[in-house]
Structure formats: C-alpha cells, structure tokens
Ligand binder design. Structure first.
Ligand SMILES: Nc1nc2c(c(=O)[nH]1)N[C@H]1C(S)=C(S)[C@@H](COP(=O)(O)O)O[C@H]1N2
Ligand SMILES: [Mo]
Length: 289
C-alpha cells in the first residue's frame, strides 16, 4: 500500500474505497449512506472522543489511550450460551469476515459524525457461541485496568463501564462489533481492540474495549442509566422528539462541518428507522427513552 491515510482526503478515499478495500482483502458491504454525506476525517474521528476511562475532555482519549495494552486481548463470553469461553479478537472477527460499515454516530450530547467502521455483525458472533432459548438480553463490559486508564483510579464513575441490549437489538444486522475504522485497526481512543457500534442509538450505548459479553434473562444494569436514570434510559434510541431534560435533541452539530454550517436536524432512530422501527412497535418511546 503506497498511500497513507494522511495523504488522501476522506472524499477521495470514499470514491476509491471498493478498490482500496479489495486490495486489503476486505469486502465492502453495500454503503449504508448516500455518497453525498461527507465522511468525517480520520483526524476528526480520532481527536474528538468520549472515552471517560481516559478523562472527560474530548482530547483526553487521543492523549492518553495509547497507554492501553490491546494485545493480547480476550473477550469472555458467558451466561446463557452453549459455548462459553475466552475468545481472541481474531476468533470473534476473523479478517476475511470483516466488512466496512459507514454509519452516522449521534452522541446524546447532540454532536455527530460519519464513520467508516470495519467490523462483523454481532449476530454472527452470537450465532457461533450458541444463544440459549432463555436468553433475553446481552450485557457488555469494558476492560477494568486502572493502571492504564487514569480515570479508573478515581471514583468518578462506577467502573467498569457497562452497557446492554435487548437480544433482538443485539441480533439486528446493523449491530456490529467493530475492530477498525478507515481500513485500519481500531485506534485505542475509539475502543481498541473491539467495541460495539449500534448506529440507531445514542453513542453511549456503543461501548468500547469490550472484555465481557454475557447473555442473561433479566435486564442488565447500564452505566449511564444507573448514574442518572431520569436523563439516560436503557433504550437510548436517537429520538428528536424526546428531549434530554437539560437540552433539545431536535438538532445536532456535525463535527467538522464548519462554524457557518449551522445545526442539522436529528433523524428518528438516527435515520435507520426503516430498518429498526419495527422492533419498537407499540412501545411508548417517550417513556422507554
Ligand atoms: N468504555 C466506554 N465506552 C464508551 C464511552 C466511554 O466513556 N467509555 N463513551 C461512549 C460515548 S458517550 C460515545 S458518544 C462513543 C464515542 O465513540 P467515538 O469516540 O469512537 O466516536 O463511545 C461510547 N462508548
Ligand atoms: Mo456520547
């Protein structure tokens, strides 16, 4: 490979992505976005992050996440599964099965990006470990490693960071375990070596640097919901009609769009309603936020 990522603009890359990925042996899945939506640059995606284990500032992860040891890495899959055990990242996401998924990411703080992830459907992993019929939820945990994650040495949150999905959400084809972005291994600040990406939910559901996946029959505790249940719900579906108690969710600021670009409208389910709305049919989304 001759080009480096800093040599090419995201736009040029996007236009050449099929040839580019094919050269790396990566299958480019059908793009989930119209080509008119600008990809955020690698620099934007890796320098404006939420990864509170490394600090609460947006540049703290870029500054400190390099300290995290991501190899070797094991993900312990357990609970209501037929084949519990410790799996390596290569077991979970073999290189020849990894696909590119270009998704919008909408943070609950009302900023957004467009990110070209590499990953594997979570469903394919769950199918391989064998989900038992009694399982109803999937719980995830981030690594607990205070010696490498400075904010874990302080009790600012109840570590480790925890998240969970209903089983049908976890099995949905849009839900991926991501192992890279822009055709490269996952940068530490974005959740190396393996993180969840659920594009129709607020970003905090997309838990980073996962070491435990547990199938359960009861709704698991989630970090943000536990900390402030009136502000952060279990579902956390992107919803422009249900405001956060302290700010509007009707619009968002696209990172890198420029000061004059203005805010853009937030889309129901972050624009993925055609694919996911059915899972919430009959639910009151103002109550189950
Ligand atoms: N372990 C862990 N996962 C996390 C977070 C975190 O602080 N710790 N922040 C979440 C939030 S609020 C967002 S918006 C996304 C940000 O992902 P990005 O930095 O890759 O854009 O990661 C989510 N996953
Ligand atoms: Mo977020």
């Amino acid at each position: 490979m001759k080009l480096t990522w800093s040599d090419v603009t995201p736009e040029a890359l996007f236009l050449n992505r099929r040839a580019f990925l094919a050269g790396m042996g990566i299958a480019a899945a059908a793009p989930a976005l119209a080509a008119t939506e600008r990809l955020n640059s690698f620099e934007e995606i890796t320098n404006y992050n939420n990864f509170y284990e490394f600090g609460f500032g947006k540049t703290d992860p870029a500054e400190h996440a390099g300290q995290l040891t991501t190899d070797p890495w094991a993900v312990e899959i357990g609970g209501l599964v037929d084949r519990p055990g410790n799996y390596s990242v290569a077991d979970l996401a073999p290189e020849n099965a990894v696909e590119e998924r270009i998704y919008r990411l909408r943070c609950v703080e009302a900023w957004s990006m467009v990110i070209p992830w590499l990953g594997i459907p979570l469903a394919s992993v769950l199918d391989r470990v064998g989900v038992q019929p009694s399982a109803k939820f999937v719980a995830f945990e981030t690594v607990l490693r205070p010696e490498e994650m400075p904010a874990q040495r302080r009790r600012v949150m109840d570590w480790p960071y925890r998240e969970a999905l209903r089983l049908d959400e976890a099995m949905h084809p849009l839900t991926i375990l991501a192992t890279g972005l822009y055709g490269k291994p996952m940068p530490n600040q974005n959740g190396a070596p393996i993180r969840l990406v659920v594009p129709w939910k607020y970003g905090f559901k997309s838990i980073k640097s996962i070491v435990r996946i547990t199938l359960t029959d009861t709704q698991p505790a989630c970090t943000w919901q536990q900390m402030q249940p009136s502000e952060y719900g279990f579902y956390a579906n992107v919803n422009p009609n249900v405001d956060h108690p302290r700010w509007s969710q009707a619009t968002e600021r696209r990172i890198g769009a420029g000061l004059l670009a203005g805010r853009q409208e937030t889309l129901m389910f972050n624009g993925y309603g055609d694919q996911v709305a059915q899972m919430y049919a009959g639910m009151d989304l103002a109550r189950d936020y």
